[in-house]
Design a protein around this ligand. Sequence first.
Ligand SMILES: [Zn+2]
Ligand SMILES: [Zn+2]
Length: 144
Amino acid sequence: MNELEDDNWLNKKYINCPSCNETLLVCDHSPFEHSYRLYCNTCPKRVDIGLYEPVYDEIESVDDLSYDNLLLEFEKRLEKCSCGGQFKLNAARKCLHCHTPLSLNEEQNVWLGNYWDETLNEEQEEFVEQKMQQFIVKPKWKSK
Ligand SMILES: [Zn+2]
Ligand SMILES: [Zn+2]
């Protein structure tokens, strides 16, 4: 297989924020990453929902739900984001630097521009990883 094509199967691309001009990396959510994500409607945080959350037991006919409907079920059960916003299906992706909404689609995730930069040394990589982790939060479910 062509290495370049192989490398870019998630449509990885760099964009510049229209507002602050910082570089961001955008790519499709990997189908091999078995998780769902919802973005906050006011800040750039996203919640990553893995396959072993207790919430699946609470959702009726969970196996029959479409992707959108499953995410709507999550939406209802999630606690608010730490910023006071809500994790919503179809919430706009936002610049990680200035929080400006970006016109991206539901499939696309936003990363720091130097995430996956192969020229970084280990220390720099760790720094970027930690910075990125502040935008990816674990789900907190409302207590019933
Ligand atoms: Zn920006
Ligand atoms: Zn938020």
